[in-house]
Design a protein around this ligand. Structure first.
Ligand code: ZN
Length: 194
């Protein structure tokens, strides 16, 4: 995929001290590359949608009948929320190192705050936020550049026609492993023991 200046400009953090709100920073060989604030903005948009999907009363939720614009014009059952949740979890697991994924799960999926994460991992506040930033940057970049189905822009993901084969076995796997816990904990985030 190609990044455009319009896209990075729209996503950049206005007060960013690296790109000054332009969304681009000098990359390799003199070419410019998207700034980390752009990647973090992408991650946050996807994470907000993930929380919205996972926090629904039942995570097995909306089943929509969608028209398939292909030659056969048959309709297919779409499970967009579940698809998004599964992609969000699986792409993250694939992209992050085991240590990063541990933080990702504990903080972003289970809702543990920074104090609890620091205590659990034996790290200080600065180290925690440094790692959290790196996770958000890495995932934001991957969510946007993922082919053939990028998770961002989120609206495009949800408006696209349903994929040929829904990986039901894959979704089932994530569901069984992560979702009941994540969905519950997002509504009642982990708290430090008094
Ligand atoms: Zn920036």
């Amino acid at each position: 995929m190609q990044w455009t200046r319009t896209e990075t400009l729209a996503l950049a953090h206005q007060a960013c001290s690296i790109c000054y709100g332009l969304g681009l920073r000098p990359g390799r060989g003199g070419a410019s590359a998207p700034c980390n604030c752009v990647f973090r903005a992408i991650f946050r948009a996807c994470y907000a949608r993930f929380k919205q999907c996972a926090s629904k009363e039942k995570y097995i939720s909306r089943v929509s009948l969608e028209a398939n614009p292909g030659r056969q014009r048959r309709s297919v059952w779409g499970l967009k929320d579940e698809e998004f949740i599964a992609d969000f979890c699986l792409v993250s697991k694939r992209t992050l190192t085991p240590r990063e994924h541990f933080i990702f799960k504990f903080h972003y999926l289970y809702g543990a705050d920074w104090k609890l994460c620091c205590r659990r991992m034996g790290i200080d506040r600065g180290t925690f936020f440094h790692e959290a930033y790196r996770i958000e940057q890495k995932l934001g970049k991957t969510f946007r550049e993922l082919e053939p189905h990028a998770l961002f822009p989120v609206d495009e993901y949800f408006n696209s026609t349903t994929r040929e084969q829904m990986h039901s076995s894959l979704i089932h796997k994530v569901e069984m492993e992560e979702l009941p816990k994540a969905a519950k904990l997002l509504r009642f985030p982990l708290k430090r023991a008094a």
